[in-house]
Design a protein around this ligand. Structure first.
Ligand SMILES: *Cc1c(COP(=O)(O)O)cnc(C)c1O
Length: 231
């Protein structure tokens, strides 16, 4: 059996065990993060049951999207430059990195032109590391309300966040707790075009902790495809 297939089965098993451990009976969406990974390996993942792919660069989406062997749900998980929205508006199913108003304005405009409603997650900077993009937690509520009010071709469907890398994954727990509580707070408001369905948190190093804290969408790259080779 291929390594990719083995890895996917392992992660799926870990997800199941973690859900059982915390007595949850809902599902966790596993996104295979295929940044830097070639089409051949992506196809292998799709043949091994993966249905969701995550990319962080527009250029990679454009290159791979037409060439994969199966239909998949495509996630844009990286920082999105405003001037590149037009290239992915028809290929990406869910944008995880909405974090500023000019970007919302552009997504709305391009979605309208293409007669679609774009699903977006608000990226929250929970780690407070400068290198991590996203809105500060205290600014999220006002931002969501403004997008809901002004941009009818955007549907906010949840939140995304990244914990800082910790050698001891247990230490990521407080960051995930914070994002979950913000998620619950937003869920309790009935805003137009806002439907808190997805809490995207957890990567290879920390997805089990994230699931324990309420994540229902994890983004796993290394744990599926192995260490990345950056060129
Ligand atoms: C690269 C990346 C991931 C996956 O990271 P791994 O540690 O390889 O699982 C998840 N989310 C985002 C936003 C990323 O850029």
């Amino acid at each position: 059996m291929s390594q990719i297939k083995t890895n996917i089965e392992f992660v799926n098993e870990e997800i199941k065990k973690t859900l059982n451990k915390c007595e949850r009976n809902d599902d966790v969406t596993l996104i295979a993060v295929s940044k830097t990974v070639g089409v051949e390996q992506i196809n292998e993942a799709l043949d091994s049951g993966i249905e969701n792919l995550g990319e962080n660069k527009v250029q990679e989406v454009e290159k791979k999207h037409p060439n994969v062997s199966k239909k998949a749900v495509w996630h844009l998980i990286g920082t999105l430059q405003t001037n590149k929205v037009k290239y992915i508006i028809k290929t990406i199913d869910l944008i995880h990195s909405l974090d500023r108003m000019p970007l919302a304005k552009e997504i709305d405009k391009r979605a309208k032109e293409n007669d679609l409603v774009m699903d977006c997650l608000i990226q929250v900077n929970i780690s407070l590391e400068d290198s991590k993009h996203g809105l500060l937690a205290e600014d999220v509520m006002a931002f969501v309300k403004e997008v809901s009010l002004n941009y009818n071709n955007i549907r906010i469907v949840g939140l995304m966040g990244m914990a800082p890398f910790e050698a001891e994954p247990e230490q990521t727990r407080p960051y995930f707790k914070k994002l979950k509580s913000l998620f619950d707070e937003l869920s309790s408001l009935a805003l137009e075009n806002v439907e808190m369905k997805y809490l995207s948190m957890g990567m290879t190093n920390d997805y089990k902790i994230a699931i324990e804290e309420g994540s229902n969408m994890i983004r796993v790259g290394t744990g599926i495809f192995g260490e990345r080779n950056y060129v």
